[in-house]
Design a protein around this ligand. Structure first.
Ligand SMILES: *Cc1c(COP(=O)(O)O)cnc(C)c1O
Length: 453
């Protein structure tokens, strides 16, 4: 219930339609933006400077009363929709019961229940354990701690175009300098980067990527690091911020097999691709890859801050008592939200919903590509799809065109995000509960934006 009768309540009951009553951003948002400029650090930037008052299903409503179609889900977070019924009710119950004890001081059931769900839902039927944290970056840091402790090795192997977070260690693991790393060094050591199996940009062409990439990666590790020094290989099964790069079939299973052979911990960073986003619970299920450790966050808790590391019991339990933790990690309110979000995903078959979104979205994106030479590649899986923009007839990235398309969408009441090492990828991440009409309308706006380029 909102205090101001002029402001709608959020959640799935919010009218599911695009409605623009002012220009974007409107006058009230512009006023708030001025306050923001005077009070909030410049280092935080915005995709779209409209201030939100309510959101749910596939829309977000701003302070000027505009209702925008949401193709971003707050970066793949609100997969169950904003203020989903079961998330709201579980959070409300929990917040009235207690808000914090610190799991390391005195435990509570919700934390255990989320770990049980993670152990059940992640790939593989081996014995697993989980630990909970506040953010994706923190989960990645802890996966590295666990892998190093369990193997007694130091080196961590990551990929071109990788994104693993903004803390010191995860900045070292993230590939892109501007804006994530510029001026923030020195970075953590013992992090080694190898080429990503990126079919569209593979030097030998997409057809040779699958066969060649694994050979390049493994020979680099052998020559420059030494297999026996590698604690973990950390990879996003579908890369997120780096450009929604989907490795060719065979690459991930080959990499997992290579890790197994050399006693290297294979870590799947499913922070963006997990929790039904790609049409399975986790993206590595597409090729039946079973990671040793898996990191989760974003979609896990319907918008509340929560993250997890889940993995083989013998790796997770290698760490001594007290070696893992944090004041807030696995906060009871965030755990209640996660249990509500997971129940929603199961009850409403949101993995199936993601597959249904792909069936609508990919053909539309391919039609845009066929009509527009600026689209060099269309890729993705489930409700995690993207188009890569280039100078026609070349691989030369065209970030300016991507920015123009995004800006057209924004002005027309649709939230859409860009990504990619070269900033030239438009990524589409609608909430999995977005209805067919809004999905189609959003794709119409996108198609229109390309027509106007
Ligand atoms: C967003 C993201 C992270 C970092 O998560 P935060 O919650 O922002 O710290 C790490 N890995 C991947 C793949 C991500 O998409």
């Amino acid at each position: 219930m909102s205090a101001d009768p002029g402001i709608p309540a959020g959640g799935p009951s919010l009218p599911q339609r695009r409605n623009l009553v002012t220009e974007i951003p409107g006058p009230r948002s512009r006023e708030l933006f001025e306050r923001r400029q005077r009070s909030v650090a410049r280092g935080l930037s915005h995709t779209l400077p409209v201030f939100i008052t309510a959101a749910g299903g596939g829309v977000a409503v701003d302070v000027d009363g505009n209702s925008l179609i949401d193709f971003g889900s707050g970066i793949a977070v609100t997969s169950v929709g904003n203020s989903a019924d079961l998330v709201v009710s579980r959070v409300a119950e929990q917040v009235a019961q207690f808000t914090h004890t610190c799991f390391m001081v005195a435990p509570y059931e919700g934390y255990v229940a989320v770990c049980e769900q993670l152990n059940r839902l992640t790939p593989g039927d081996h014995d697993k354990r989980s630990a909970l944290f506040n953010s994706g970056a923190e989960a990645v840091e802890n996966a590295v701690k666990i892998a190093r402790h369990a193997t007694g090795r130091d080196a961590i192997v990551v990929f071109d175009h990788a994104y693993h977070g903004r803390t010191n260690l995860t900045m070292a693991m993230t590939a892109k300098n501007m804006p994530y790393k510029e001026g923030f060094g020195p970075f953590a050591g013992e992090v080694y980067r190898v080429p990503m199996a990126y079919p569209y940009r593979w030097p030998g062409g997409p057809a040779r990527c699958a066969a060649e990439a694994l050979g390049v990666v493994t020979s680099l590790i052998h020559a420059q690091v030494g297999e026996e020094n590698v604690a973990a290989v950390v990879i996003e099964p579908i890369q997120g911020e780096g450009g929604f790069v989907v490795p060719p079939d065979g690459f991930l299973p080959g990499l997992a097999e290579y890790c197994r052979t050399h006693g290297i911990v294979f870590v799947a960073d499913e922070i963006q691709s997990g929790f039904c986003r790609t049409g399975n619970w986790f993206a590595c299920e597409h090729e039946n890859v079973v990671p040793d450790l898996i990191t989760t966050a974003k979609g896990i808790a319907g918008g509340l801050p929560l993250a997890g590391v889940t993995g083989r019991a013998e790796l997770m339990d290698a760490v001594h008592p007290g070696g893992l933790g944090g004041t807030y990690g696995g906060n009871p309110v965030a755990c209640a939200a996660a249990l509500g979000a997971i129940e929603t995903m199961e009850k409403e078959d949101l993995a199936g919903a993601a597959r249904a979104i792909e069936i609508v979205m990919l053909p539309r994106l391919r039609a845009i590509a066929a009509a527009t030479p600026v689209v060099g590649d269309v890729r993705g899986r489930g409700a995690m799809c993207a188009v890569e923009l280039v100078q026609p007839g070349s691989l030369e990235p065209d970030p300016a065109a991507a920015a123009r398309v995004a800006s057209h969408c924004h002005r027309n009441g649709m939230i859409v995000l860009t990504c990619g090492t070269y900033g030239n990828v438009l990524r589409l991440l609608p909430p999995l509960v977005i209805g067919q009409p809004l999905l189609t309308e959003g794709l119409d706006i996108l198609a229109d934006a390309f027509t106007r380029l």
